[in-house]
Design a protein around this ligand. Sequence first.
Ligand code: ADP
Ligand code: ADP
Length: 231
Amino acid sequence: MTLLRLENVVKRYRAPDGTELTVLEVPWWELDRGERVALVGPSGSGKSTLLHLLCGIVRPSSGSITLLGERLETMKESALDRLRASQVGYVHQSFQLLPGFTALENVLAAAAFGSSLSKRRQRERAAELLERAGLGDRLDHLPRQLSQGQQQRVAIARALVNEPALLLADEPTASLDPETAARVMELLIGSAAASGAALLLCTHDPEMAARMERSVSIKELAARPAAVRLA
Ligand code: ADP
Ligand code: ADP
């Protein structure tokens, strides 16, 4: 079942000298529920731009993005914020945890915006996700008291706390050593599978891409004509 559809999506930015620069073009692309796909391409090819479009923090210059039957490009900001908070989890390269909040509080902060559960159930789910991430004894630690790999595990728990349909990860292991990176990838793929979320992971690392069900490159996305309508 289709989770996400892009039709004739173009993103342009205006350069300082006033010229328009096309940074991303996707004639047609679909992602199914529960799929796990690597998005590959060199630095600067538009991977982050695509993730930002999919979670609605950037709007397309033209074209249409449909997530769970909702057309993102025409949604009001407030509705888009609600949809993002409840249905999209985001894992950054640099973790982006709140520095003054404990591991548990970081996860709960995401639940406060996007969850329909009671406060008690939110707490239970947050603690459960952190335990599954191997952080059962770190709930009350601040980010600076955690290793890089542990911080990324907290970020993964935060991204999943509202049971999103879509999990976006932007170079999630790029700042980790190879062994930690492999374990974080395992957690990411395993928890996406366990929660039924589709996972779209940006990477320039072929080894990370190979862990996913399939890979698609930014170049392929741009080259695929809308009329062909391949998934
Ligand atoms: P990647 O994630 O593959 O490294 P990005 O999506 O970050 O690529 O960037 C794609 C291109 O878009 C780059 O050339 C970048 O400079 C440009 N770009 C991204 N955001 C902006 C912006 N806000 N204003 C102007 N150019 C941008
Ligand atoms: P990083 O370099 O750490 O991977 P990104 O370049 O992906 O970070 O993110 C750029 C900015 O967009 C960040 O400041 C981040 O806070 C914001 N952002 C990205 N995704 C979301 C989201 N789902 N909700 C709120 N803010 C977001």
